[in-house]
Ligand binder design. Structure first.
Ligand code: PEP
Ligand code: MG
Length: 754
């Protein structure tokens, strides 16, 4: 068996001659299919190109000649259409067994059983398909597929230069009017500015090398330059130390020095590609792998590699600078498919107002860095790159999940007013930072924040909150590529406690499983039909006692000499709390025997987010020091409505009698017990909802940091006795629209609810 490198190299040498010849494009393609077919001993080799929106058979060796320029397949139609639509490779020993197989009689392909095809890619889109077929049913070897993929790269140059295909840049049909789009808020905030594309589309001019050694030297020196740039950038970060963004940059640096990556690029150069084509080739393969892996966390890591790959490509070609390198001239909203953390860091912070991504997730590295920089980010905005042009106006409101492209003058004006209002409010809330959260009639309310990253801890100082009411420990696990070991967990928890100073932090033990699957526990948590109702949170921790023991020990050791507040998620029955507490007590005893310094006090709490627990509170309450109502999960279980389903997002109101009565019942049940009761779901961070909760007897709220100012303003303008009476009235005989009734009443009372 010939190596992938050798077979690709043989083909490339042949192709090089063809491309240099004076023949017209069709003759070149006819020649190409023969060269490939021969080199791979393939009975059929065909090239399909995208023309007028369909994939047309352009050249073939082995299929009926009469089918050339006759057979046309739509995107998604047949195997060829599927490859182009999904921009993915197919490798089948029995073509007709594939669900998308479509019989094309004029080609005479029925004799051929096996089929392998790869997309021909230009500007990230498939512009054609290269396919081989055999009579014998056989799977193609990995090396053959790789050779095909390398050839497809070279073909994309040939066909683009020959003007044979639809230009992927043309016909994207950008409108001219106002367009509203929605996405997933990754970092909250709002901003206006002109759209700037992060990166012009990469076009590689030459794919086949004249001089392989020269190409190798070009890549070597590009690697050196890139590593220098990254090191310099890492040393110049100026937005605080000791947060996750530092870990993110460290991981990123590790990728930059990754030997495997440079080796793969070298191998691609060995096969006859230019430096640019080799980098792109390796990147394409990474992208394809990534798609097959289908793991969002791993995908995040891969974006770092993509970021580096783009950087290397720009260095080696010396022509494709990013918008960052060109410099921002106006307030900018940056548009990209995805960004790496270092790419974001290169922008001028004085001009960069916001970021819109087509992809992105809450735990992506770029998001962690953007949060540390205080730049709003809206992710998963589908097709944004094809709906806006460079330099057009954009209004971004990540809080409202919305983007407005090309707004009318009046919409822009009112948005600018809103931004000014926001600034004013922000300044007012900042001025209120040290004022107590006390109602007009003197009732103090404890306002705490929800956190999950070390970077979040700075919010304690900026908001004046009294502590962290919910620290989501799973975040550290979600952003790590591997399971965080005990020492790392312990260091992290200690850093968090240090950052909190004398303010309390309630650590919630791992809430993973379900939708928060970890790659290193994936086999066990995937495949669930109803992940929200599945093997998650405390259920998983109790079955994985090792995991919980490790976390318990890390928390206990990190809290040496201080109070440890620990809370268990998804407690459904009191015995689950007992079992979790026993694990902590066991670790206390174990560490005591080792003469380790223990926490001065351990306080235990449970989250109430599974409705069943409300029925057994009389059993649970004597055992715990605090209870935290998680309204995010509680609502989904009460209404049987998936919290992640956007179609249900607006359907069930937190201000509905069912939820409010339920919470009231829980509050009443805690009467006479020495238990702090808090609400830590999103509900508590909305002013009107928080007002209702105070009326129900809630005295503690743990909320998103941005909500502390508005909620405090609401509390300070409220009369507790009045809202209590109002809630009793509303819950005794509810109106159909409780929200509007409460809102009207609050306005009449002069309560600040926004
Ligand atoms: C909740 O369910 O309300 C909660 C606070 O926890 P999480 O959002 O992390 O599930
Ligand atoms: Mg929850």
């Amino acid at each position: 068996m010939e190596s992938a490198t050798r077979s690709a190299r043989n083909i490339l040498t042949g192709l090089h001659e063809v491309m240099a010849s004076k023949n017209h494009a069709q003759a070149k393609l006819n020649h190409v299919v023969n060269i490939i077919g021969e080199a791979l001993s393939s009975e059929v080799c065909s090239i399909y190109l995208l023309r007028d929106g369909a994939l047309e058979l352009f050249a073939t060796r082995g299929l009926n000649e009469a089918a050339v320029h006759v057979t046309r397949l739509g995107l998604g139609e047949g195997l060829v259409g599927t490859i182009a639509e999904n921009v993915e490779t197919l490798n089948l020993d029995e073509a007709s067994g594939h669900p998308n197989f479509r019989y094309v009689p004029e080609t005479g392909e029925e004799r051929f059983h096996s089929f392998a095809g790869v997309p021909i890619v230009r500007s990230e889109r498939a512009v054609g398909v290269l396919a081989v077929q055999h009579v014998e049913p056989r799977k193609y070897e990995e090396v053959e597929i790789e050779a095909l993929q390398t050839v497809a790269m070279v073909l994309s140059e040939l066909i683009a230069n020959a003007d044979l295909i639809d230009d992927p840049e043309i016909g994207s049909g950008i409108e001219t009017g106002t367009v509203s789009l929605t996405g997933l808020p990754l970092v909250k905030g709002a901003a206006a500015g002109v759209a700037i594309f992060h990166q012009p589309n990469v076009r590689i001019e030459h794919t086949v090398a004249e001089d392989t050694e020269a190409e190798r030297q070009r890549v070597y020196s590009a690697f050196d330059k890139m590593r220098e740039q990254i090191d310099r950038m890492a040393s110049q970060i100026d937005f605080g130390t000791g947060g996750e963004h530092e870990e993110v940059i460290a991981t990123y640096k590790m990728f930059a020095y990754d030997e495997g990556w440079s080796r793969r690029i070298n191998e691609a150069i060995d096969s006859g590609l230019t430096a640019e084509a080799a980098i792109e080739r390796v990147q394409q393969r990474t992208r394809m792998r990534m798609r097959q892996i289908d793991d969002p966390l791993l995908a995040d890591r891969m974006h770092d590699l993509e970021d580096l790959s783009n950087r290397l490509l720009r260095i080696v070609s010396g022509q494709m600078s990013t918008a960052a390198q060109l410099g921002l001239k106006k307030d900018t909203i940056l548009i990209a498919r995805n960004l790496g953390p270092a790419e974001l860091l290169e922008y001028d912070k004085r001009r960069l107002r916001g970021v819109i991504l087509e992809e992105g997730s809450l735990t992506a590295h770029v998001v962690i860095v953007a949060r540390a920089m205080g730049i709003p980010v809206l992710g998963r905005v589908r097709g944004i790159r094809h709906k806006v042009r460079d330099g057009e106006m954009i209004l971004l409101n990540a809080d409202e999940k919305s983007v407005i492209v090309r707004p009318s003058a009046s919409a822009e004006e009112s948005f600018q007013h809103q931004l000014v209002d926001r600034q004013k409010k922000k300044a007012r809330y900042a001025a209120m930072r040290d004022e107590p959260a006390v109602t007009k009639d003197g009732l103090p309310i404890t306002l705490m924040i929800n956190a999950g990253l070390r970077d979040d801890m700075s919010a304690l100082a900026t908001t004046g909150a009294e502590g962290v009411g919910l620290f989501r420990t799973e975040f550290q696990f979600l952003i790590s590529a591997t399971l965080p070991q005990r020492e790392r967990q312990q260091r992290f928890y200690r850093d968090v406690l240090d950052a909190a100073g004398d303010k309390p932090v309630i650590f919630r033990t791992l809430d993973i499983g379900g939708d928060k699957a970890l790659p290193y526990l994936k086999d066990e948590t995937s495949e669930e039909e109803n992940p929200a109702l599945g093997w998650r949170a405390l259920r998983l921790s109790l079955d994985h006692a090792g995991l919980m023991k490790t976390q318990a020990r890390a928390l206990i050791e990190a809290s040496a000499g201080r109070t440890l507040n620990v809370m268990f998620p998804m407690v459904s029955e009191p015995w689950e709390f007992d079992a979790a507490k026993a694990i902590f007590e066991g670790q206390m005893e174990f560490l005591g025997k080792l003469k380790k310094q223990l926490p001065s006090k351990v306080r235990y709490g449970a989250m109430l987010e599974v409705p069943a627990l409300a029925e057994t509170l009389d059993i649970l309450l004597p055992k715990i020091q605090f209870l935290s109502i998680g309204t995010n999960d509680l609502t989904q279980f009460l209404f049987a409505a998936d919290r992640a389903d956007p179609r249900l997002a607006e359907r069930y109101d937190w201000l509905s009698p069912a939820i409010l009565r339920f919470i009231k019942r829980v509050v009443d049940a805690t009467d006479g017990h020495d238990v702090d009761v808090a609400v830590c779901g999103e509900m508590g961070g909305r002013s009107l909802e928080a007002l209702a909760l105070i009326g129900l007897g809630i005295r503690r709220l743990s909320i998103t940091p941005a909500a502390v100012g508005p909620v405090k303003a609401m509390i300070r303008s409220t009369d507790q006795a009045a809202i209590k009476a109002k809630m009793t009235e509303l819950l005794t005989s509810p109106t159909q629209n409780l929200r509007s009734a409460l809102s009207v009443w609050a306005t009449a009372q002069g309560i600040e609810t926004s």
